[in-house]
Design a protein around this ligand. Structure first.
Ligand SMILES: O=C(O)CCC(=O)C(=O)O
Ligand SMILES: [Fe+2]
Length: 445
């Protein structure tokens, strides 16, 4: 078997996605001539068998394979089926994308002047700042909101075991009922169990559609599809969108709606804390935060016979302010400070919170949006419900003026402003696995 995990020739950490031709004959399997060896493990995933020819001849059946609900078909043209790969196969560099964790210039004066351990009594009771190695660690204690316990760690919020798990957070005691979580997950599972044709009624590759079912990031452009199905829909304010959501399974709207509202409430609290941690007023942009957009991405990652050859979702950062993620099993990974992939541990009842591009821009680079990806596993399906929060579609977000000091060249403005609509425009026209939207906003000085 060809080792597809070998780095492509000439590739290096820091480069964007690399694609290369792979000599499929090396694996000793006949390639795509209609007599390919079929792996019985794979067989069980496939409903829409193709006709065995190797060209995209427009066969209706083959087109269905691309987007079929049995996910082996979703990634069929890409990297997951050695017996079925066309000769011109391309593959993902699973290490694609690097994070720039450095502060844009020097830390803001207010941060510089803090001693390395300083306890503040603030709205949320005690806050402990620790500045280590130019990194800002902020821990909150005794947060009164239904006993929420978490840690703000660098750019991420984590639970109290911040050594084991850094730069991304699991929030516990978040106040969202276990039953709301379980019912939302049940609705997700039932939705993905629906017949293929029914789900395909919602299929679209138009990223502007308020409700859409699909796979991958950009169906029209992606050379390699992800090993996932998703249903995405706007969710806030709920009455504006819920009537567009799937009407089947019958409990979907109610269960997913309850969860969406609870997470929206949680994000309001989290945003207050994050602003406060930046030295801004907790009610900074309050109206815009409350009136912003919430997009639920409900993901299903089926078991994958060759998980090391594919990904559930390509490396990317989220466009918004914060993302609140519920996962049924581990699989989420993020790029750490050393540019290595690190798994986010599964914390029972916990919600993962990570910061997105809008927060990096708004904080003028003090906080960084996290590059993350989802892996898949060999024998178990995984679900995630990802609540992507952002400011309103046309609200331009730039660095907070309190965090910019152009006059004294202490902390120049490091990013141009952008709106959510501009991000959508970008992903419609570009392959975001090759170019990071955020990089287009950086002001080089
Ligand atoms: O499912 C996951 O763990 C990651 C999903 C994700 O990053 C996204 O939907 O933006
Ligand atoms: Fe994401």
């Amino acid at each position: 078997m060809v080792n597809l995990n070998m780095p492509p020739e000439g590739s290096q950490e820091g480069s964007n996605v690399e694609v290369r031709k792979v000599d499929l004959m090396d694996d000793g399997l006949e390639s795509h001539d209609g007599s390919a060896i079929r792996d019985p493990m794979m067989e069980q995933y496939e409903v829409n068998h193709d006709d065995g020819d190797d060209v995209d001849d427009g066969d209706e059946e083959e087109k269905m394979n691309y987007y079929g609900d049995t996910q082996i078909a979703l990634t069929q043209p890409a990297i997951s089926r050695p017996y079925d790969r066309p000769d011109h196969i391309t593959r993902l560099n699973l290490d694609a994308m690097t994070s720039d964790w450095s502060l844009p210039r020097e830390a803001p004066k207010r941060i510089q002047s803090m001693s390395s351990r300083e306890i503040h009594v603030c709205k949320y009771k005690y806050r402990l700042y620790m500045i280590v190695d130019n990194w800002r660690y902020i821990l909150y204690f005794h947060f009164p909101y239904r006993n929420l316990r978490y840690t703000v760690f660098g750019c991420f919020l984590i639970n109290e075991s911040f050594i084991a798990c850094y730069k991304i957070s699991n929030v516990i005691n978040h106040g969202i009922d276990e039953s709301a979580i379980n019912e939302a997950l049940k609705a997700a599972e039932e939705f993905f169990n629906l017949p293929h044709d029914e789900k395909m009624c919602l299929f679209s590759d138009d990223v502007h559609k308020p409700v859409r079912y699909g796979t991958s990031l950009n169906h029209a452009r992606d050379e390699v599809f992800c090993w996932r199905d998703f249903i995405k829909h706007y969710s806030h304010p709920l009455p504006d969108w819920i009537h567009l959501w799937p009407s089947n399974p019958p409990s979907y709207r109610k269960n997913m709606g309850n969860y969406a509202e609870a997470v929206q409430d949680l994000q309001n609290k989290l945003m207050e804390m994050i602003f406060e941690s930046l030295g801004l007023n907790p009610s900074y942009l309050e109206e815009e935060v409350n009136g912003g957009s919430q997009l639920l991405a409900v993901n299903c990652y089926p078991a994958c016979p060759e998980p090391e050859l594919t990904l559930g979702i390509h490396p990317h950062s989220d466009y918004g302010s914060i993302t609140v993620l519920l996962q049924t099993r581990s699989g989420l990974e993020f790029k750490n400070k050393n540019n290595n992939w690190e798994a986010v541990p599964l914390v029972e009842g916990g919600l993962v919170v990570q910061l997105g591009d809008q927060m990096e821009v708004l904080s003028n680079g003090v906080y960084k949006s996290v590059i993350h990806r989802a892996t898949v596993n060999v024998d178990k399906k995984r679900f995630s419900i990802v609540s992507l929060h952002s400011f309103a579609m046309d609200k331009k977000i730039g660095p907070a003026k309190e965090l910019v000091d152009d006059n004294h060249h202490q902390l120049p403005k490091c990013y141009n402003e952008f709106s959510f609509r501009e991000f959508l425009q970008f992903i419609s026209n570009n392959d975001i696995t090759k170019e990071r939207f955020l990089d287009t906003l950086k002001i080089m000085k």
